[in-house]
Design a binder for this molecule. Structure first.
Ligand code: GLC
Ligand code: CA
Length: 589
C-alpha cells in the first residue's frame, strides 16, 4: 500500500524534517527485545468475535476459525477477555471456576486448539485474570454463605457487620462502580463488599489462601502455554485498612462524564492527567504492589518472556508507572491517552508524560483507543461535544457524526501506531466499526445499565457481534444468523469481506500500518517532535526512525515537506498535496 504522492505545489512548502529542529521525547532502544515491548495486541471479546456453533454467542472455535484474519492483519498477540466458567452476570468478569472454560465458549480442548493455532501463526496469547472478585457462584462464596459470621470461609471475602441499630446500615458508604451501594446483606445480617455487581463479591487479598490460589491459577494457564495475563482491576485488590468512608464518586469508566467539569484535571496538567484515574480507599493502595512482585517471580520462572498487563485506571501516569517497575508487571494500559480526545496540545502532553513516566522505570509505554468498556473511538471522536465521555449512548442522546468520527479515528490510529511502545487494538476497530448507539433497553445486558436504573446506557454498544460478511444473515457472525445483541444495519458497510483487498478501506489501512510498523521497527524506535509545523498548533509531527508522522487535528489543510514520499495516509490528501483536516500521514522524509 505504499504510494508516492506528488510534490506539494500549493500552500507554503515546508523544509524537510531532516533540516528541522527536534525535541526528543523518547530515546529508542535495541537492547531489550522482549516481545511485549513493541507488540501490537488485539483484544478478542469472545462472545462477540465469531460464533462457531450458531447459538448467537461467540466462542473459542469461532476464534480459531478466524485466526488467519488476525495473522493477515499483522498483530503480534491476542488478548482474550474471560471465557471461564461464569454465570455471565458481567459477561464473564464474574468467574465461578478459574480453571475451566464455560460451556458457552467451548471446552479446555477448544482452548488448547485455539492456543496452538495462534502459536503456529506466530501470535502470542494473553488471557484475562479477574482477581479482585469472584462470581457469587464460585465454590468459595457458596461456602462463605453457608458458614457463620467470623468463620474461615467468610475470611476470604470482605464480610462485615453493618452499622446503625440492628446493623441495618452498610459497613461504610462506598458505592458500586456499576451504581448503587457496594454492600449487600446476607440472611444472617452480615454484609459483603462488591465494588461491582452484587454477584461479584470482592476477595480479601490480605488472606494467604487467596494469594496462594491465584498463584496456582497463574501456573495452571502458564503450564497450558499462555504468554501472559491481562489483570482486571489491578488497582483495586487491596483496600485501605479499616475500609474508611469516602465521599468521592466512582464511575464505571473512570472519568466518564463531562471532561471539562469536575472530573477533569485542572489546567491541562503536565502529567497528562485527563480524569481517567480512580481514587479513594479502594484503589491504588500500596499493598497491591507486593502481589505483583510475587506474580513477577511466578512468571519469571517460566521460559519465554511471559507478561503481565495492568488494567489500572490510575493517574497521574507517574503513579501508573509504579505498576510496571522492573520487578512488577510488564505493561499497563494507558487510559490517559484513551481519554484525551481530539486535541493536539493535549495529545502531545499525554504522549510526553507517558514516555517520561515509563522511561523512568524502563517499561514500554502502551497505547490504546478502544476496548470493551468504552465507546468505540470512531463514535467517540464523532460526538458533537468532545468534552463529554459518555458511558455508552442512548438513541435519545446527541448522535455521533459517523463520517467525521471515522475520519478522525483513522487519523488517531495512524498516529498511535507510529508511536514507539506497545499498542492495543479492540476487535472490530480494524473495520472502523462504530458503536451501536441506538440499542433498545430490552436487549441491554450490562449490569451498569440495570444498577444505575437506566441512567447510564452501559457498555453493550461496543460489544455488538462483528460483521464478517455483508450478505450473510447476522453479517456472517455465525452459521445461523443469530446474534446475542442486534447489529445495526450500517454494519453491512463495515463487514470484513467488503473491505478485504479494497484500497483505502480501514482494514487495508490497518494492515498496511501494521506491516510498515513492523518493517520499520517503529515499536522499538524513538520519538522526537518536529518543529516544522510549530506555527500550526493543531498539528502533531514527530519522527520515529525512518518515518515522519504528521497528524492534522485542525480544520484547515497544512502543507507537507517538498518531495516527501507518502508511505501511508489515513485519508486522501488534497489535490494540491496538502494534508486535509483530521488526517494523519506517514512520510519517508
Ligand atoms: C474491568 C473490566 C470490565 C468489568 C470490570 C469488573 O474494568 O474491563 O469489563 O466489568 O472490570 O470485572
Ligand atoms: Ca456459540
Amino acid at each position: 500500500m505504499t504510494t508516492t504522492q506528488p510534490t506539494t505545489t500549493a500552500g507554503s512548502p515546508r523544509p524537510g524534517p531532516d533540516a528541522a529542529a527536534r525535541s526528543v521525547v523518547h530515546v529508542g532502544s535495541d537492547a531489550a527485545r522482549e516481545w511485549w515491548r513493541d507488540a501490537v495486541i488485539y483484544q478478542v471479546y469472545p462472545r462477540s468475535f465469531a460464533d462457531g456453533n450458531g447459538d448467537g454467542i461467540g466462542d473459542l472455535p469461532g476464534v480459531t476459525a478466524h485466526l488467519d484474519h488476525l495473522r493477515r492483519l499483522g498483530v503480534d498477540a491476542i488478548w482474550l477477555s474471560p471465557f471461564y466458567r461464569s454465570p455471565q452476570n458481567d459477561a464473564g468478569y464474574d468467574v465461578a471456576d478459574y480453571r475451566d472454560v464455560d460451556p458457552l465458549f467451548g471446552t479446555l480442548a477448544d482452548f488448547d486448539e485455539m492456543l496452538a493455532g495462534a502459536h503456529e501463526r506466530g501470535m502470542r496469547v494473553v488471557v484475562d485474570l479477574v482477581p479482585n472478585h469472584t462470581s457469587d457462584q464460585h465454590e468459595w462464596f457458596a461456602a462463605a454463605l453457608a458458614a457463620a459470621p467470623g468463620s474461615p470461609e467468610r475470611a476470604r471475602y470482605l464480610f462485615r457487620d453493618g452499622r446503625g441499630p440492628g446493623g441495618d446500615e452498610p459497613p461504610n458508604n462506598w458505592q458500586s462502580i456499576f451504581g448503587g451501594p457496594a454492600w449487600t446483606r446476607v440472611e444472617d445480617g452480615q454484609w459483603y463488599l462488591h465494588l461491582f455487581d452484587s454477584t461479584q463479591p470482592d476477595l480479601d487479598w490480605t488472606h494467604p489462601e487467596v494469594r496462594a490460589e491465584f498463584e496456582a491459577v497463574l501456573r495452571f494457564w502458564l503450564d497450558r502455554g499462555v504468554d501472559g495475563f491481562r489483570v482486571d482491576v489491578a488497582h483495586g485488590m487491596v483496600k485501605a485498612d479499616g475500609l474508611p468512608d469516602w465521599d468521592g464518586h466512582v464511575e464505571m469508566v473512570a472519568g466518564a462524564g463531562d471532561a471539562t467539569g469536575d472530573d477533569a484535571a485542572p489546567g491541562a496538567p503536565e502529567d497528562g492527567s485527563t480524569g481517567a484515574g480512580n481514587s479513594g480507599p479502594m484503589f491504588d493502595q500500596d499493598g497491591v504492589h507486593e502481589i505483583y512482585r510475587d506474580w513477577h517471580r511466578v512468571l519469571a520462572a517460566y521460559e519465554g518472556d511471559r507478561a503481565l498487563v495492568a488494567e489500572a485506571w490510575v493517574e497521574p501516569l507517574s503513579r501508573l508507572a509504579r505498576y510496571v517497575r522492573p520487578d512488577e508487571m510488564h505493561q499497563a494500559f494507558n487510559f490517559s491517552f484513551l481519554t484525551t480526545g481530539w486535541d493536539a496540545a493535549a495529545l502531545r502532553r499525554v504522549i510526553e508524560a507517558s514516555y517520561r513516566a515509563n522511561d523512568a522505570v524502563g517499561a514500554p509505554t502502551t497505547w490504546v483507543l478502544s476496548n470493551h468498556d468504552v465507546v468505540r473511538h470512531p463514535s467517540r471522536l464523532g460526538l458533537p461535544d468532545l468534552g463529554v465521555r459518555p458511558n455508552g449512548l442512548f438513541a435519545t442522546d446527541p448522535q455521533p457524526d459517523e463520517e467525521l468520527g471515522l475520519r478522525r479515528a483513522r487519523a488517531a490510529t495512524l498516529l498511535m501506531l507510529a508511536l514507539p511502545g506497545s499498542a492495543y487494538l479492540y476487535q472490530g476497530e480494524e473495520l472502523g466499526l462504530p458503536e451501536h448507539t441506538t440499542l433498545p433497553a430490552e436487549v441491554r445486558q450490562d449490569p451498569a445499565f440495570f444498577r444505575t436504573e437506566g441512567a447510564e446506557a452501559g457498555r453493550d454498544g461496543c460489544r455488538v457481534p462483528l460483521p464478517w460478511t455483508a450478505d450473510a444473515p447476522g453479517f456472517g457472525f455465525g452459521p445461523t444468523g443469530a446474534t446475542w445483541l442486534p447489529q445495526p444495519e450500517s454494519f453491512a458497510r463495515y463487514a470484513a469481506d467488503v473491505q478485504d483487498g479494497v484500497p483505502g478501506s480501514t482494514l487495508e489501512l490497518y494492515r498496511a500500518a501494521l506491516a510498515t510498523r513492523r518493517t520499520e521497527e517503529l515499536g522499538h524506535g524513538g520519538l522526537a517532535w518536529l518543529d516544522v509545523w510549530a506555527d500550526s498548533p493543531d498539528v502533531i509531527a514527530g519522527r520515529n526512525r525512518g518515518v515522519t508522522v504528521v497528524a492534522n487535528l485542525g480544520a484547515s489543510p497544512v502543507a507537507l515537506p517538498d518531495g516527501a514520499e507518502v508511505l501511508l495516509a489515513s485519508g486522501p490528501l488534497a489535490a494540491d498535496g496538502t494534508l486535509p483536516a483530521d488526517t494523519t500521514v506517514w512520510l519517508r522524509a
